[in-house]
Design a protein around this ligand. Structure first.
Ligand code: FOL
Length: 229
């Protein structure tokens, strides 16, 4: 069932795990990262080819757009997205809030609300059954820190897509897990190869430090994948 769907965290963070400042991102718009975020969270994977004739029907389902990925976020992250970009298009948006949807401002009908990740996924499952929402491809957790923390405590969370930002920005919000470049025994999380990253995201990914022009200084990004068994 949907409450058991694998969850992938997607996050951009500084070396000190900074992710936010004053309710928004700490850095100016990083086009290469935002484009990556949008493409990766939208892309529905092709089904594995089992060699059966039934798999052809499954492929047609994908090609005709009958699945959508979901993006799960906390209420503050929802509010941090520019109003003209939310709900994030071509994805089923889920907001986690202790307040009911009636107490939240201007939430469109196709946005799912839940008090925690598990109950939100149950709400979505009911909507899919009723034909009110498309069947789910992948599920991404997009923040912020308390929602990342809740997801990290769930055994169904098995991947982290991290964009490491080279420059240290002043941050007041942090990603709640240490992710080491080197695979140390003590960490539950292991860095995966560039090939595994490319296979998972379904597109070519620039390897190593990727230079980024911002208003003022030079900085670089690195796209990384971590996994846990
Ligand atoms: N993960 C990564 N890698 N980078 C991020 O900036 C990021 N941000 C969040 C979560 N995970 C992330 C949360 N914050 C938009 C804005 C803020 C935001 C997430 C998304 C947003 O407007 N997204 C549009 C892109 C529009 C554009 O291309 O300019 C989208 O359609 O996804």
């Amino acid at each position: 069932s949907l409450t058991q769907i694998p969850l992938t965290l997607i996050v951009a963070a500084t070396a000190k795990n900074g992710i936010g400042k004053n309710g928004g991102l700490p850095w100016p718009m990083l086009k290469k990262d935002m484009g990556y975020f949008a493409r990766v969270t939208k892309r529905v994977p092709l089904p594995k080819n089992t060699g059966s004739v039934q798999s052809d029907a499954l492929k047609e389902n994908i090609l005709s757009g009958t699945q959508r990925n979901v993006v799960i976020m906390g209420r503050k992250t929802w509010e941090s997205i520019p109003p003209n970009f939310r709900p994030l298009k071509d994805r089923t948006n889920i907001i986690i809030s202790t307040q009911g949807r009636s107490q939240l401002q201007d939430i469109p009908d196709d946005v799912v609300v839940g008090s925690d990740i598990a109950s939100a996924l149950k709400n979505l499952e009911a909507m899919v059954k009723d034909g009110k929402s498309l069947p789910v491809g992948r599920a991404f957790v997009i923040g912020g820190s308390s929602i990342y923390k809740a997801a990290l405590d769930l055994p169904q969370t098995n991947r982290i897509l991290l964009t490491r930002i080279s420059k240290e920005y002043d941050c007041d919000t942090f990603f709640p897990e240490t992710l080491d470049e080197h695979n140390v025994e003590s960490s539950r999380w292991q860095r995966k190869s560039h090939a595994e990253l490319r296979d998972f995201v379904g597109e070519e990914v620039e390897e190593g430090a990727v230079p980024q022009k911002t208003g003022d200084e030079e900085l670089s990004l690195e796209f990384q994948l971590f996994g846990r068994s």
